[in-house]
Every structure is written in C-alpha cells, then in structure tokens.
Design a protein around this ligand. Structure first.
Ligand SMILES: O=C(O)CCC(=O)C(=O)O
Length: 262
C-alpha cells in the first residue's frame, strides 16, 4: 500500500455540527482514484474466494433476489482479516480524524463488512444498527467507503435525518429489530448517493434502509464501524466473539448446527 497517497483532510466544525444534528454526513472526494481502484480490484478477487462463500460459513451474509427469491451471496463480515486494502481503509488516518472530530476523542474499529449487492439483490428493511446488548457501544458510527457509484436505482443506503436524536427505538432485548414505518416520514429519506472516493458516515441510531439493486451493475461498499475510546476502547475481537456466539444460537434455532467461521 506504500504507493497509495494518504493525506489527512481536515473537516470543518460546521460539518461536525451538521453530523450531530442530522445523524449523517457525506465527505466528497476523500480518497484518490488509485486507492478506490485498489479496493475495487480487491473486491473482485474476494468474490472469487469460492472456498469461503458457503452457506455454513458465518462470515458470509446472504440476501434474496427481489424477484426470483434466489438466495445470493451479499457480504463478508468481517473482511479486513482477508483483505489488506480493506484493512488499509479501516485504519485510514482521514477516516479516523473525522471520527476523532465527531467523538472529540480517538476512535476504535468495531466492525467491518464488505457488501457486494449484486444486480437484483434485495435491500435492507428499515432498522438501526445499534443492538440492545450490554456490550454494544452507543457511540457506534459507520463509515461507508463507496467503491461503485451509488444511486437510488442500485439501492443506495437511505438515511432518515435527525431521528438518531431519539436514541434506540426498539426493545433492548438483545435481538435484531426492524423498525416500522410509523417511526419515519418517508418523504424525509436521504439516499446516500456516493461516487467512488466519497465517504458517508451515520450513527448507530440513525434509521436507514435500502432498496433492491434494480441496475445491472454491482453496488459495492465497504462498511467500517467504530466506537469512541471511552465507550469500550478496542473491543473488535470481543465483539466478533459475541457476534459469532449469537449467530451460532440463531442458526441453531433454524436447525442449522454445522455452521463454522472461516
Ligand atoms: O446495504 C445497505 O445499503 C445497508 C446495509 C445495512 O443497513 C446493514 O448492513 O446494516
């Protein structure tokens, strides 16, 4: 990665204030074409890792085709241990300095996933990323690194401004919850329409969703989630241990007991 340029870009206090007000922020042109090209090339090689893409491997997330219902591979979670360029972005000083400005203290990586969203893949129903586990950091913020141009047509993530101020809107029972539409005014949704090189950030309390990918191109994005230093410090390893335990239990509820992590 030594050939990639890496300058730190300041972010204005006005942008940080807007993030706190609205619960999301877009920073345009943060990364060079060379950096995003390296990430795209890595995503292309990862999709060929057929030995990993297995419905019993809990690193993989799946989603149905919005018309045919075919079950399609959608995401590696985690990804940085497989992918040096993803790891480069996860530790990027520009992202970390923006998070530092949001938190007013250092940030730690909590979670990392690469969503491929191939043509036809269904999107995500309305939800907040925060989960009501005692260990889950309330300071959770996700940074999206756009690999492909993201539009409404290909299923951009759509956020609902200012509602993060209400905190967690579901029971703190340790389960994943979708949100009903009565929590939002659908006309207020903002699709995070990004170009390669842009970064978007949103809070773990920001309600968001995405439509199916109606285009004939992939919509690949790297999702990097962080917490503040005073909210648990470096807990990525502990998070994945707990998450894997939770996934084992969820799969077992559906009779799937042979799952593994690779
Ligand atoms: O792919 C998207 O647009 C949204 C993904 C998402 O909401 C999630 O992974 O929690």
């Amino acid at each position: 990665m030594a050939s990639l340029t890496s300058t730190t870009q300041p972010i204005s206090p006005e942008m940080i204030a807007r993030y706190h007000e609205e619960g999301f922020l877009i920073v345009r042109d943060l990364f060079s074409a060379e950096e995003v090209g390296a990430l795209a090339a890595e995503a292309e090689s990862l999709i060929d890792r057929q030995e990993l893409i297995d419905s019993d491997n809990i690193r993989c997330r799946w989603s149905n085709h919005h018309e045919t219902e075919e079950c399609l591979f959608d995401c590696f979670d985690p990804v940085i241990d497989l992918a040096p360029v993803c790891n480069y972005f996860a530790n990027d000083k520009r992202i970390l300095s923006i998070l530092n400005a949001i938190y007013q203290e250092p940030a730690h990586l909590f979670k990392d996933k690469l969503i491929f969203k191939k043509p036809g893949v269904r999107g995500y129903a309305l939800h907040q990323d925060y989960i009501g586990w005692d260990s889950f950091p309330e300071s959770f913020v996700t940074a999206i690194v756009a690999i492909d141009k993201t539009t409404k047509e290909n299923g951009a993530t759509e956020v609902f401004p200012c509602l993060h101020q209400q905190g967690y809107l579901s029971p703190r029972d340790g389960q994943y919850h979708e949100l009903s539409l009565e929590h939002i005014d659908e006309s207020q949704g903002v699709p995070l329409e990004l170009s390669p090189g842009d970064l978007a950030l949103f809070s773990g309390f920001t309600p968001h969703r995405s439509s199916p990918n109606y285009s004939d191109q992939w919509r690949r994005q790297l999702y990097l989630s962080y917490n503040s230093a005073s909210d648990g410090g470096d807990q990525r390893k502990a998070h994945y241990q707990e998450f894997h335990q939770w996934l084992h239990e969820k799969y077992a509820e559906y009779g799937k007991t042979e799952v593994y992590f690779q």
